[in-house]
Design a protein around this ligand. Structure first.
Ligand SMILES: Cc1cc2nc3c(=O)[nH]c(=O)nc-3n(C[C@H](O)[C@H](O)[C@H](O)COP(=O)(O)O)c2cc1C
Length: 215
């Protein structure tokens, strides 16, 4: 498949088949993800792959904590968002809501779904050593970008799950991740349930003249 075709066809998967992803497939996916560039080739990314029963156990912990602490998916902004960002957020809701079961509030679907990795058999937890400044998060973002594209090319669906960073303590505790690591993001990985209505939702993008300037 041409790269342009992969980029245009990929979108986040929010319903997965109950079909395990073989370990070798995940290893290949990580190998392709880590072909991405990183500053001084430091490769600051670290991955913890959680599959099968352990993935279910992790989700039980996340759902419990999400409910107890009333955590919700949000933009992670430090100030109120400008109107055009709010508009993009509304447009995402408008694009997904019609595909949800009647009466399912969007925020509940996203919160519960994210903690459950939308039923994906594998969750990849991406961490970074606290020795690095936040500049190095760029490198992790690139690896996740490669990951979602490589996965699509391998016939796998993905959904990045930023919400899990709110549960860093619980995740580190369950997965024996060292104290000096930060949990940055998770990625749900599995075979997309292509018949599921929610997977028919395709998000929009702002036109280039809204996000770029040329001199
Ligand atoms: C850093 C990051 C964090 C995200 N966190 C979540 C999340 O916690 N839950 C979720 O359902 N989707 C999450 N997403 C997926 C975005 O909602 C999705 O990429 C966006 O709506 C664009 O849709 P698309 O991926 O289908 O093109 C995240 C994506 C990124 C890049």
């Amino acid at each position: 498949m041409e790269l342009e075709e992969i980029i245009n066809a990929r979108h986040s998967t929010r319903a997965f088949l109950d079909r395990p992803v073989p370990r070798e497939t995940v290893e290949k996916l990580l190998m392709l993800s880590t072909r991405g560039p990183s500053a001084i080739n430091l490769q600051p990314w670290e991955f913890t792959v959680v599959m099968g029963e352990e993935r279910l156990r992790l989700s039980r912990i996340l759902v419990k904590s999400m409910r107890e602490r009333n955590i919700s998916c949000g933009p992670g902004a430090v100030r109120p968002l400008q109107e055009y960002f709010m508009e993009r957020q509304r447009r995402l809701l408008d694009c997904i809501q019609p595909y949800l079961e009647q009466g399912t509030p969007f925020q509940d679907f996203i919160n519960e779904g994210s903690c459950n990795f939308y039923g994906a058999p594998a969750a990849i937890i991406v961490t970074i050593d606290q020795v690095f400044s936040k500049s190095r998060l760029v490198d992790l973002g690139i690896a996740v970008g490669y990951m979602v594209l490589a996965a699509h090319n391998m016939g796998l669906g993905t959904c990045p799950i930023g919400l899990i960073s709110a549960f860093a303590d619980e995740i580190k505790n369950m997965l024996n991740i060292a104290e000096e690591k930060d949990v940055v993001i998770g990625v749900a990985v599995g075979y997309a349930d292509t018949d599921s209505p929610v997977n028919q939702a395709v998000s929009e993008r702002a036109p280039i003249d809204e996000v770029a300037r040329f001199y």
